[in-house]
Structures are given as C-alpha cells and as structure tokens.
Ligand binder design. Structure first.
Ligand code: ADP
Ligand code: MG
Ligand code: MG
Length: 889
C-alpha cells in the first residue's frame, strides 16, 4: 500500500487514512490557501507500527522520496548547516483528540544548522529560541522526559534575570538554555541529543505513532467512545515562523462563535510566538480583532480565508494560523466543536445563507444536543460563584444542601430538604443516597465511574471527577481551590451539562426549548428567540421526512397531554401498575388476601370503576390516537407492605395484646408471594393465568371506558397489550377471555368496540417463536428493558449499581446496554422477530416501548429494522422525532 500522501494528493474525505488534520491540510492546500508544503503518513502505517513494533516495509523509502521532493520544492535540505529546511511532525487522528497526542516543531535543527538559521533570518535570538523549543519538545515527546525538568530550567534563567516574560530572554540566554536542555537529555537518556536531522525526523514519527496509546489518549477515547484501534496519521509540514519578531505571531480563530453560533471574529492572537504558546496561557494573548491594528493586510487576508473555508465546508470552522514577517500561513482547520444551542442556530443560519438545505440541517444536529437543550438550566442572568469544575457526567441543574453520606441524604430528603450528595467517589452502598439526592458530586472518577453510570441511568444530575475539590467525608466538608469551605448543610449548585460547581443557590429556569414544545412559546412570535425558531424549523423538517412513528410511555391523563404536546402520536405503553398504588393499595390487598371467589369478586368489582376512570381520562387526552394499555405486569408482592415493617407491626401488636389478625394474614401472604427472583417470577401474563378475574377486570375497564368515550362523542383508540408472553398458548388463553369481555361490553353498551389485542416481546423465547405468536397477536411491542435483562441475564436494578462501571472501565461494553440497545445480541432477536412475525401476519404493527425508544443510536437501529414506531417517555419524544428524521435521511 501507499503510506505517504503529499498534501496535494489528499482531500477532506480521507480522514480515515490521513487523519482529520492531514485531510484538511490537503483540502486547504488544494483550495489554494497558503499552507506550508508537506506530506502525511497514513494511519495504516501507524496501525502496522503499533501491531509489529516496527515501520512497515517501504515506509522509510516513501518518506525519503517525499522528503526529497519537499526539499526540491523549498530549495533547502532538511537540517542543512547553512540554510536548513525545518519541519514539524504532527499527530492527527480521524477524530479530534485535543491535546491528547504529540507534535514536535523545528525538527532539523542541530548545533550547526542553528547558526545557519540565524544567518539566513538575520535573527540570532529567533534561531536559539527555535532550537531550545526543539530540544524541549523532542525531550518530552520522543524521549519521554518529564516536561517539568525543562520548565524549571527556563524559570531558573528568568528568575536570575528578574524577569517573568519569555521575550526578555536574549540569544545568549537561549543558547545557554539549549546547553542546559541537552544536558537534561543526556542525563535522562544516557545519550546525547540526536544531531542527525533524519534521525530526529524518524524518531519523531515513531513517537507520534506511539502517542496514540498514551494513557491519557486511551482514557479520552474511552470517554468519548472513540474506537481504540484506528491509529493516528502523522503530518510532516515545513515550518513557518511566528517567533521571528513582532511582525510575526500565531493565533487560533473560529469562523463564528462556538457558544452561540453568532457570526463574527472570534479568536486569540499572540505576537512573536510559536505553536502552542497561544493556547498554553504562558503569555497574554490579544483578541483576534486587535490583529486589524497590528497587521491590517494579514487580518484582511485571514477574514477572506475564513469566508472561503465557511463557504467550502458549509459549516463553522476552527483554524490555527501563523504570520511570518507579515505573511499569513494556514496550519490547521476543522469543522469546529460547538455547544448544542450553537449547533441548531448554525444549521438554521446556513439554510438561510443557502449553504445547506434542510435535510442537511437535520443531519447537522443530534438528539443528544436537543436533549441537552431541554434540561432546566441555571438562570444566565443570575450571579454565581464558581468554585470548581468537573466532568459533565449527567446533565441537568441541581441545587441543594451538601451532604457527605447516604444516610444523611436519605434522612434530610425525607424531611423535605433538597440535598446534593458529595463523595470522593460512590459505590453500590451509596445507591439509596443517590436516589434521595437532587444531584451527585464526586471528586474522583470519570464518565464511566460508578457515580456517572448510575446517575445517568437514573436521569439524575451528576458532576464527577472535580479533582480540585478536597472532600473530607469524615469531617463533612469540602474545600475548593479558592479556599471556599463547604460544610454539611451549606447550599451548592451543580451543572451536569458543563461540569460547573457553584457556591450557594443559583436560580433554575426551565429551558425555552421545553417551553416551546409545551406550547408556551410561539415559534412564529417576534420574541420567540433564534434558538426556538431554529429548533422549530428543524423539527418540522425531521417530522416531514421520518418514517418511524413516535409515541409516548404515559400512565396518566396529564402525562398523555404533555406527550401529545411534545409531538407523540399516541401512547405506546400505558402501565397500569401505578393505578394499583396509593389509596387503592387496600383494595389490592383485599384482592390478594381473598379466600373465596366472592371476596375476590368484590375486591375486583371495587377496583373496576376506578380503573375505568383512569382510562377515560387517558383516552380523552389522546383522543383520536392509539393508546396501548399494558395489563398488570409486576409481581403482586410489590403491592403488599414491606416484610420487615409488617413483621415488626405484628410482633408489637402481639406483645401489647392488640388485635393483629389482619396484619398476620397479610404477613402470611407476603411470605407466600415472596420470590428469590421476582423479575423472573410470578408476573405479567402469568398473573393473568393464575389470578382469576384480574385481567378480565382490566379489559372490562378498558372496554367500558372506551364505550363511555364513544357515547360522549370521543374517538378512543384503545389497544390491549399482554406482558411477558413466552409462548403462544399463554396469549391464546388471555386473549380468548379478553375477546369475550369486549364482545359483552359492546353488547351491553350497544356500541362497536374496536380494540386490537397484542403482546409484548420481552423474552428471548417470544422473539424466537414470533411467527407463531403473531398468528394470535394484532401487534407486537418490543419491551427492550426486559428483553435486555432476559437476554443478558442481568437484573437491571442490581447490576447497574454494582458492576457496570467496572465493565465500562474495562471496555466490556462501551455503553450500558440499558442505555443504548445491544444491537448484536438483543437487536438480533428483534430482527428475527420482525422478520418472522411479518411473514406470519403481513401488516402486523410493530413498535418498541423501552428506554431505548428515546436513545438516538437505538432509534436508528429501530428505523433500520423497519419497526412502525418507537415509544419513549414524554420528555424524550422530541429526541426520538429528530433522530427518526435523521435515520430516514
Ligand atoms: P495539536 O493537534 O495539538 O493542535 P498541531 O500539530 O496542530 O497540534 O501543532 C500545534 C501548533 O504547532 C499549531 O497550532 C501551530 O501553531 C504549530 N505548528 C505546527 N506545525 C507548524 C509548522 N509547520 N509551522 C509553524 N507552526 C507549526
Ligand atoms: Mg492544532
Ligand atoms: Mg417488561
């Protein structure tokens, strides 16, 4: 294979091979922009090097040939004593990994060529400055010497001169530093700093390859879910110099504001500087707008380049540039990262500018970005005092009193306090405290730490790894770098969207995007705001192009109305278990305790009208749209009192000689119904088969509610769904009973009841026998939460808190299979079921109702499978709509 590409041979589509940096350098140079000539070594060469520990055959020759061509073009030879060509050796992977890998500048300088460079440039200081940078960067990156050693040496020289500014160092100082640096190298490696330019080049190339596997790069990739086996490309680029005096300099810029999307001039510039100085914060940069005064010609040229890039990439670009004695050079560009709000606004603006169409605008934004815009946020206008910054592990804005252990979190939250649980790190014992808290703050651990994983699973705000905080759980306080001390009970605010931690209460406001979805902001109104207008326009287009329907999981009229406002076209999962709690618990207890048919029938008869009212409200809220009602699913014991509490009650009553008949019967029932493994026990359709009258009562309530709505002139569209079916026989039995009830109610009310009966597919056996089951089911809904549990043999409630973080950290999976559908395993079952059910019953309606219905990647998979709809929580409905649109493009 060909391992080396001249900039002229590449283009921006070749990121896999040339890395983002190499591909875009090629693109810019082909656009005719001023890019210093050079070439890029492919990621394939890197992969070979990392796998075999040596350069692939032929690579050295190819590099030599490209170097020779570069030397001819530049009219100088690499490291030649009297007029050296110098190059930079730069890392650049497919996905940008800022600051994670290495770059070496000024390769080609040595004890002779430094004099040549001085003579050619007429600037001795510049030549020594460049040489000391080479030895320093080479020492750190290639020879693995701790950077502190070099920085200490610089500090020593500066403080001897009583100066704090690098610019005060003279040629003699810098030449002295080169000697000191070379000595550091010799001391650390036992060998002198390599003087042979070619050797410098090859060692630097290999060091860049190796930096792909630096620990921090590995960590970064894991957190950003970037595959670990891609490797990095290496670009070798002839040097231009921003450190040639005050008419030179280096800078970074964005073509628009990455925070808001506003067009304008954003960036920083630093005179007489090279490379990283501008971002390293060593010296004070000036805003880019100042360049207009410093060097108007270069400034105008830069604005022209920025416009060219925006028009060409049709997107926000960020760029790195250098000015050498008044001549502008482009050193890097890429489509820039941006905030969620900017992503929507930029896409919308680019449509207005005619640079992209609406399809492309929909592709340019993501469901994750939309979700971020929907969280409540801290009021931007409010004053705040930031005391720390950590990882944005789980979004949202949370305010509460700091507590340092789970026990206190639970105790305080029970008495109505909002608390933030602060820990060094969390472990499974903290689970109850995490549930009780409004938010979680830890000083250790990354995005796959226990705190982060569990918080995301619960949808709870979490900032983790705020390493600047000293958390002292024993004394119940933490200390921030600015000296602020937060004691137990002091209020703090944490922002899980950007990782900030604030002292005191920062007011929280609902997001304008949610207010828009809720119908509180009219997108056409003059004061709707650019963001809302952009979201509205992009969502409308996504709705127009998507094939996948979106419904919501909603159990009450309020939730149903909200879901409808959010754009749900029906309820895909109406759970009925909540309807058995609260005041109705005693009725359910009566049902469970019934000894005779009569007692049981009475209990059911008492529940019937209550259930009917529940459904009337939901059918009204979803008038004209389907509502899939799932018959009772969880194990009965969930409706009985806690076993310990009850035992205590019985014992106390007994000792006081009070009556405890009833409690004793309850206790016996609890014992009878107790299961080692309730998730796999008496639940779902199994209840329908062994608790006479339960399911038929529910179906009757649905049928009567439907009849009542019809009489009221409504348009109810109920669907009855049977949970946890494993074999068609179970379904047949329940279905026959249900059909009989529907017929009878229809007769009694004198109305025609339309009510499809279907089943959930949430057991592997159901998926594998979907063809047979489909013959008795008018629709399927994949219950992907249970299907994931039963396919993996994980109990979600137990494993997420115990070992998932270890699994994520060790790379067993990149993301929890409860967050994002396991396409290879669970997904395969779904595909089998889709295919076989459609073969058995063409036109069968297929949906999914699990958390995955609102997960972007999963939505794309469901689209590919050909499902009819996804159903997710009301709040995720807009995310699902957008991603369904993106999947269709
Ligand atoms: P990173 O990926 O960390 O941004 P780069 O390879 O872009 O690393 O190098 C960092 C900086 O070094 C660049 O922004 C640029 O200022 C400087 N640099 C790299 N190559 C050259 C070059 N050929 N001439 C001048 N400066 C360079
Ligand atoms: Mg760069
Ligand atoms: Mg289930």
């Amino acid at each position: 294979p060909k391992y080396v590409y001249d900039f002229a041979e590449g283009n921006k589509e070749l990121k896999d091979l040339l890395g983002g940096k190499g591909a875009n350098l090629a693109e810019m140079s082909n656009l005719g922009l001023p890019v210093p000539p050079g070439f890029t070594i492919t990621t394939e060469a890197c992969r070979h090097y990392l796998a075999h520990g040596e350069l692939p055959d032929g690579l050295a020759d190819e590099i030599t040939a490209h170097l020779a061509a570069l030397e001819r073009r530049m009219g100088k030879r690499l490291g030649e004593p009297d007029d050296p060509l110098l190059v930079s050796v730069r890392s650049g992977a497919k996905h940008s990994m800022p600051g994670m890998m290495e770059t070496v500048l000024n390769v080609g300088l040595n004890d002779q060529s430094v004099a040549g460079l001085a003579a050619q440039s007429g600037d001795e200081r510049f030549a020594w400055d460049s040489y000391r940078r080479l030895v320093q960067m080479f020492g750190k990156t290639v020879l693995d010497i701790d950077g502190g050693a070099f920085e200490d040496a610089i500090e020593a020289v500066k403080s001897a001169k009583g100066s704090t500014d690098d610019l005060d160092l003279t040629a003699a100082d810098l030449s002295g530093l080169v000697d000191a640096f070379k000595k550091i190298v010799a001391d650390h490696t036992g060998k002198p700093f390599p003087q042979d330019p070619r050797e410098q080049l090859f060692l630097a190339v290999q060091a860049v390859f190796t930096s792909w596997n630096a620990p921090r790069a590995i960590l970064y990739r894991r957190q950003e879910r970037i595959p670990g086996d891609l490797g990095t490309a290496v670009s070798v680029c002839s040097m231009v110099f921003g450190n040639l005096g005050m008419d030179s300099g280096t800078g970074v810029a964005f073509t628009r504001d990455p925070a808001t999307g506003q067009q304008g001039v954003y960036g920083d510039y630093l005179q007489n500087a090279q490379g990283e100085d501008v971002v390293a914060g060593i010296r004070n940069t000036v805003p880019l707008a100042e360049l207009e005064r410093i060097d108007p010609a270069s400034y105008r040229e830069l604005l022209g380049v920025m416009e060219t890039l925006e028009n060409h990439y049709r997107d926000l670009c960020d760029i790195e540039f250098t000015i050498e004695r008044g001549k502008l050079w482009m050193l890097q560009t890429r489509v820039g990262k941006r905030t969620a709000a900017a992503a929507f606004r930029i896409a919308d603006q680019l449509v207005d500018q005619g640079l992209i169409d609406l399809d492309e605008a929909v592709r340019r934004v993501t469901g994750d970005q939309l979700a971020q815009l929907m969280f409540p946020r801290f009021d931007e206008k409010a004053r705040r005092h930031r005391i720390a910054h950590g990882m944005n592990a789980s979004p949202g804005a949370a305010v509460g009193k700091a507590v340092f252990d789970s026990y206190t979190a639970i105790k305080w939250s029970r008495s109505g306090e909002d608390v933030i649980l602060v820990r060094r790190e969390t472990n499974p014992d903290d689970l109850d405290g995490m549930i009780a808290a409004r938010g979680i703050l830890t000083s250790r651990g990354g995005k796959t730490s226990h705190a982060a994983v569990v918080a995301r699973g619960m949808g709870k705000t979490c900032v983790c790894g705020a390493e600047d905080l000293r958390v002292d759980t024993k004394n119940r306080r933490f200390t921030a770098p600015d000296g602020s001390v937060v004691e137990e009970g002091d209020v703090i605010s944490i922002d899980g969207t950007n990782g900030n931690v604030y002292l005191g209460e920062v007011p929280v406001v609902p997001s304008p995007v949610v207010r828009y979805f809720d119908g509180e902001i009219d997108p056409e109104a003059a004061d709707a705001g650019e963001l809302v207008r952009a979201v509205h326009r992009i969502m409308a287009h996504a709705d127009g192009v998507r094939r996948l329907g979106v419904r919501a999981n909603a159990d009450s009229p309020d939730d149903s109305s909200r879901a409808r406002r959010m754009g749900a076209k029906g309820v895909g999962l109406c759970r009925t278990e909540h309807m058995f709690l609260g005041d109705r618990r005693s009725l359910v207890e009566r049902l469970i305790l019934a000894d005779t048919d009569k007692e049981r029938d009475q209990a059911l008869a008492a529940l019937l009208p209550l259930q009917r009212e529940d459904f009337v409200g939901i059918f009204a809220a979803m008038d004209g749209l389907p509502v899939t009602v799932r018959l009772l699913d969880p194990p009965l014991h969930e409706f009985l009192p806690d076993i310990t509490e009850l035992s205590v009650r019985v014992a106390v009553a007994e000792s006081r000689g009070e009556k405890y008949e009833n409690d004793l019967r309850l206790l016996q029932a609890v014992h009878r119904l107790h299961e080692q493994n309730p998730m796999l026990g008496l639940r779902g359709v199994r209840l329908g088969l062994v608790v006479p009258g339960l399911f038929t009562m529910q179906v009757q309530a649905i049928a009567e509610a439907c009849a009542q709505r019809l009489r009221e002139g409504g348009d109810p569209r109920p669907e009855v769904m049977i949970p946890l079916v494993g074999t068609v026989q179970e379904l047949e039995i329940v279905r026959d009973d249900a059909l009989e009830v529907l017929r009878k109610v229809g007769e009694d009310y004198g109305v025609e009841l339309e009510c499809p009966i279907g089943t959930m597919i949430e057991l592997p056996r159901a998926a594998l026998t979907a063809g047979e089951i489909a013959e008795r089911a008018e629709f399927f809904s994949f219950g992907t939460n249970d299907l994931t549990q039963t396919t993996w043999g994980f109990s979600r409630d137990d494993v997420e808190a115990s070992f998932f973080s270890a699994y994520l950290e060790r790379g067993v999976f990149g993301v929890s299979p409860f967050e994002s559908l396991d396409v290879d395993g669970v997904g395969r079952l779904i595909r089998v079921a889709v295919e076989e059910s459609r073969a058995a019953r063409p036109g069968i309606k297929l949906g999914i109702c699990g958390e995955h219905g609102g997960d972007p990647d999963s939505v794309h998979f469901f689209h590919d499978c050909g499902l009819d709809y996804v159903s997710c929580s009301p709040f995720r409905v807009p995310v699902a709509r957008l991603e369904a649109g993106r999947a269709a493009l």
